[in-house]
Design a protein around this ligand. Structure first.
Ligand SMILES: NC(=O)c1ccc[n+]([C@@H]2O[C@H](COP(=O)([O-])OP(=O)(O)OC[C@H]3O[C@@H](n4cnc5c(N)ncnc54)[C@H](O)[C@@H]3O)[C@@H](O)[C@H]2O)c1
Length: 452
């Protein structure tokens, strides 16, 4: 087959639609493998910054991006027409939730509709976006086939879920090539093409029997994490009542060499994927009248965590004779996880909003995030001095860490970025609420430390 040969000898033109946290590292991996890569994005600012060699994603260094731009192995475009020259097209656009926690497939639909006029004989189309089982077969395939073309004959269609670990490469974790790639095809020939594409960039490709199986496997991975983090968070709530240290308990349980996998509590669940994607499955199951009890329960527990954190802050301050109202509270870390700049769905934002609602004097520091917009509840809006017709958001700019870390009545560690010097913070602050056990290796903190 022509496409297989072109993939083998790297003469295929490879393209990626959607150049964000998932799509850009993928495009770079293809360029590293020696392909000529075309990236298409509807955001003109994103296209311009990439073509200037500026990377918006921590896992892609500017040096690497510029190297590929200069060598002519990568270019970004806002024009779908450019895809006519591509042999493979991977779609990596957002799959957020709309109102009522319902799947918003508009980004996928827009990408596929943009693709239809340029689809040509022999092209391979692969969806990477996380979505419910049935999307590729029931939504994408009919649209691509509407003009009379058939998957497996005139073009090839597959699903290969993204498994990127943001911040993983910078914190010494797995590389892109280390993570096995699940692949599925609409037909056996489609599967052969999808597998051949990814064999060029990862060490192990794992084919599964159907598109729906691969879509479901991705959601099970994410739901597994959501449910286990939910369980760890509930363990923290139990340990609070029992007067125990949740981390010590979990670490003790984790010494069992089989049948236990440690997950740890935190201020809630954040990011674009884990708190969001499982609801795609919830929705799909609802259409079949089947409940998704574990996901719903884990979501419920995880959503209570920011309020639990704020109650810890309040109690710790009151013990020191200070009400939360009017106290200076400095939140450390607003990104949803360590060493990334992504604040999407970050529980730190809920902690900030709740602190504002309680009348605290709030500020934040995050080495990766210079400013954030906090969505305020109605009560928080009133506290923040907003009128009913005012937009219920508050923009905050990062403060200097010092001297505020010394002056604040309480520090709240929400994200344990490796850039923080915990020894120094613990020796200079007065009171720290540590939601990540970040201070575990600080032997004699001068500050009073309260764990979750
Ligand atoms: N971020 C992660 O860690 C991660 C991990 C695994 C899977 N995923 C999945 O990957 C998909 C993409 O997520 P992301 O985090 O990269 O999102 P992102 O918001 O970082 O990037 C998406 C990009 O797609 C562009 N875009 C939107 N609609 C488009 C269209 N119609 N045509 C072309 N470009 C378009 C946006 O401008 C943006 O640059 C989602 O389904 C997500 O669930 C993400």
């Amino acid at each position: 087959m022509d496409l297989l040969k072109k993939l083998r000898d790297r003469t295929a033109v490879v393209s990626v639609i959607g150049l964000g946290y998932a799509g850009l590292p993928l495009a770079m991996a293809f360029a590293d493998a020696g392909f000529s890569v075309l990236g298409v994005d509807v955001n003109p600012r994103r296209v311009d910054e990439l073509n200037r060699g500026e990377s918006p994603v921590e896992d892609v260094t500017e040096e690497r991006l510029r190297g590929h731009l200069e060598a002519g192995r990568f270019r970004a475009s806002g024009d779908y027409a450019a895809l006519a020259e591509a042999d493979t097209i991977t779609i990596s656009v957002p799959t957020p939730l709309g109102p009522g926690h319902l799947p918003d497939l508009s980004f996928i639909e827009r990408a596929v509709d943009g693709l239809v006029p340029v689809l040509r004989q022999g092209q391979l189309v692969v969806l990477e976006s996380t979505t419910y089982p049935g999307t590729t077969e029931e939504l994408i395939q009919p649209r691509l086939e509407a003009g009379g073309r058939r998957a497996g004959h005139d073009f090839f269609l597959g699903f290969g879920p993204e498994r990127i670990d943001p911040g993983g490469t910078t914190s010494g974790g797995l590389t892109f090539a280390d993570v096995p790639k699940l692949v599925a095809g609409a037909t056996p020939r489609c599967l052969e093409c999808v597998a051949a594409l990814y064999e060029t960039i990862v060490r192990r490709v794992v084919p599964v029997s159907s598109l729906k199986t691969a879509e479901m496997a991705k959601l099970v991975e994410n739901a597994f994490r959501m449910v286990n983090v939910g369980f760890a968070n509930e363990v923290a709530l139990w340990c609070h009542e029992l007067g125990l240290d949740a981390w010590e308990v979990i670490d003790a349980a984790a010494t069992k060499p089989f049948g236990f996998m440690a997950h740890y509590p935190g201020p809630g669940l954040g990011g674009h994927c884990i708190p969001v994607d499982p609801y795609y499955l919830v929705w799909k199951l609802k259409t079949l009248d089947v409940p998704a009890r574990f996901i719903e329960l884990a979501g419920e527990v995880n959503r209570t965590m920011p309020a639990f954190v704020v109650s810890k802050v309040q109690t710790a301050l009151e013990r020191r004779g200070r009400p939360l109202r009017g106290s200076r509270v400095l939140v450390l870390g607003v990104a949803y996880k360590r060493d990334v700049a992504d604040t999407r769905e970050s529980p730190s934002l809920d902690v900030l909003s709740l602190l504002i609602e309680h009348g605290a004097e709030v500020s934040y520091h995050d080495p990766h995030v210079p400013e954030v917009t906090v969505k305020l509840s109605e009560r928080a809006l009133v506290q923040a001095g907003g009128a009913a017709d005012k937009e219920p958001v508050q923009r905050l700019e990062r403060v200097e860490l010092y001297p505020l870390a010394e002056q604040a009545d309480c520090l709240v560690i929400c994200t344990d970025h490796t850039a923080y010097d915990w020894e120094t913070l613990a020796s200079r602050a007065r009171l720290i609420v540590d939601t990540r056990n970040a201070l575990r290796s600080v032997a004699a903190p001068r500050a009073e430390v309260v764990k979750l």
